[in-house]
Write a protein that binds this ligand. Structure first.
Ligand SMILES: Cc1cc2nc3c(=O)[nH]c(=O)nc-3n(C[C@H](O)[C@H](O)[C@H](O)COP(=O)(O)OP(=O)(O)OC[C@H]3O[C@@H](n4cnc5c(N)ncnc54)[C@H](O)[C@@H]3O)c2cc1C
Length: 499
């Protein structure tokens, strides 16, 4: 079962070449998720020469592990927090811009005849057992203020306690969409390279983007890597979170097609169905926690599975996976030129709403590069400072980073290599250095430095995904220290125990 999303079985792996040598372009797009591919599509269509540089394969980042829901509303802290932190006008702008991004996806699906199961469905927020009434009430009021149509019925398969529905939102297969959109990009203007990892971006009149295979010289750079790579001010304004998904085949009745957000005590679980080649699947997502701060995370899957069994007659559990999101401290994503840069655009802080925000980021950034005014760019400005709106979260996130940074260095571990069991990972001191030690299924030890190369925090073991995760800014590494995701550019140093 592994960390395979429901979307993966249906899409053939892409096979774009690796970059070898040096090339030039108007725009270098780093990252082949929904943000990078949509930006490349729009810019190439407008006549710009574009190079897409993807470290792995198209849509292998969060895009290919998301839920595929598209909505004008927002999750996490909710629409009402934008109204209270900023204004009702800002809330209307955010909702309007998100609706425009969903419309663009629909338009691109239609014009390019993309087969990705796009359909319009209702979105509902509700509780079944009375949880978090005030959040639902605040969101209902905010949805009305934002100008959305609000219906009082919730088309769930069981009766709900309280809730409401916003019609005409959408769903698709995010992996199929992104891979297909990549294939529809005007090839005369765009070259896509896979397995090409960017290792450095140097700004200048002409920017130089170094990769593992060659260098790209470009006038503009778009860092569409979910969180910017390297050291960026914006990292201090975001919290990295992991979230889990479980997919099941049912014996009994499935809910109607729709986006269902069922409130739990402190978060919502997101439910939807999908007609996959192996039959109809119902999936539930939730159990969010900060990256690297929950070693025993198999229980997240267990809780989601227990929830599915409580709500439905489950025949079998067929999928389990997890993915990452970055929450901005003032709730609004960062899209545009980054603080201190003049040619590098960033697009981050999407929370779990980034299929829509990523598309919107592509719209805003491509307009900027093409010299077209965009009425939403100011709202999302990446270099904005919002001390009042950000303060509580900013202080909380950074106190947490400082705590994680210091606490692990003060902890000494008396354990030895023999104490590391199969499939376990432990951080221990070896000859005065903090090391991350993992024993794999073949009884082989893998030892790397435990010090995250991004900002020096110590990594923690992630049991469910068998990876080393940094609790500070969300960098993740495989058992050999290679970068999986997050802001780190370099791997964890290998430690040779034979010396
Ligand atoms: C469990 C979960 C469910 C979600 N469900 C939804 C949903 O239903 N609806 C919604 O709107 N949002 C959802 N989201 C959020 C959404 O998945 C993301 O916000 C969105 O996919 C981000 O897209 P992206 O293109 O910016 O990043 P990604 O898809 O992560 O793409 C970034 C790409 O950059 C590449 N990259 C990284 N480093 C380098 C480098 N050095 N060189 C070259 N390439 C590099 C990566 O390999 C990756 O392919 C969900 C998130 C989670 C965690």
């Amino acid at each position: 079962m592994g960390n395979l999303s429901v979307w993966r079985h249906e899409v053939d792996p892409t096979s774009y070449p690796q970059l070898t040598g040096d090339v030039q372009a108007d725009v270098a797009v780093i990252g082949g998720g929904i943000t990078g591919i949509t930006a490349a599509y729009l810019l190439a269509k407008a006549g710009k020469s574009v190079v897409v540089l993807e470290a792995r394969k198209i849509a292998e980042g969060s895009t290919g592990y998301s839920t595929g829901n598209l909505y004008a509303t927002i999750g996490g802290d909710g629409m009402h927090s934008i109204a209270s932190k900023f204004s009702e006008e800002k809330l209307r702008e955010v909702v309007e811009s998100r609706a425009a991004a969903v419309n663009l996806i629909e338009e691109l699906v239609q014009t390019n005849q993309i087969d990705c199961d796009f359909k319009r469905v209702p979105w509902s927020l509700f509780n079944v057992e009375g949880q978090n009434e005030s959040y639902i009430e605040d969101e209902r009021e905010a949805a009305e203020k934002a100008g959305l149509t609000v219906l009082s019925n919730v088309p769930y398969h069981i009766s709900v306690n309280d809730g409401f529905t916003v019609p005409n939102q959408a769903q698709f297969n995010p992996l199929k969409y992104t891979v297909s959109l990549a294939s529809k990009i005007d090839q005369a203007n765009c070259r896509i390279y896979e397995n090409t990892r960017v290792t450095e971006v140097e700004e200048g009149p002409v920017c130089r983007v170094q990769t593992t295979g060659g260098t790209v010289s470009a006038t503009h750079v778009i860092m569409a890597t979910h969180t910017p790579k390297g050291l960026y001010a914006v990292h201090a304004n975001m919290g990295p979170y992991r979230e889990y998904a479980v997919g099941a085949i049912l014996n009994g009745k499935y809910p109607e097609a729709g986006i269902y957000w069922e409130m739990q005590t402190s978060e919502h679980y997101s439910l939807r169905t999908y007609d996959s080649p192996e039959g109809r699947i119902v999936m539930v997502l939730g159990e969010m926690h900060k990256v690297g701060q929950k070693e025993e995370n198999l229980e997240c899957f267990e809780r989601l599975e227990a929830f599915l069994r409580k709500r439905f007659d489950v025949a079998s559990i067929v999928y389990k996976w997890s993915a990452q999101q970055y929450k901005p401290s003032d709730v609004i994503p960062y899209i545009g030129i980054s603080t201190g840069d003049s040619k590098t655009y960033i697009a981050t802080g999407f929370s779990a709403d980034g299929l829509t925000y990523g598309t919107l980021a592509a719209m805003i950034i491509s307009d900027h590069i093409l010299g077209i005014p965009n009425k939403w760019s100011k709202t999302y400005e990446a270099s904005r400072i919002t001390p009042l709106a950000s303060a509580p979260k900013f202080i909380k996130e950074n106190a947490n980073v400082a705590f994680e940074l210091v606490k692990d260095y003060l902890t000494t571990n008396e354990e030895s290599l023999q104490d590391v069991k199969t499939y376990e990972g432990k951080v221990m001191e070896i000859e005065g250095s903090k090391c991350a030690v993992h024993r794999d299924g073949n009884n082989q030890l893998h030892v790397v430095s435990a010090v995250c190369p991004h900002m020096g925090c110590l990594v923690h073991w992630n049991t469910a995904e068998q990876s080393w995760d940094c609790p500070c800014h969300g960098s993740r590494f495989d058992k050999n220290g290679e970068v999986l995701e997050g802001p780190a550019i370099n791997p964890l140093h290998r430690v040779d125990l034979s010396k």
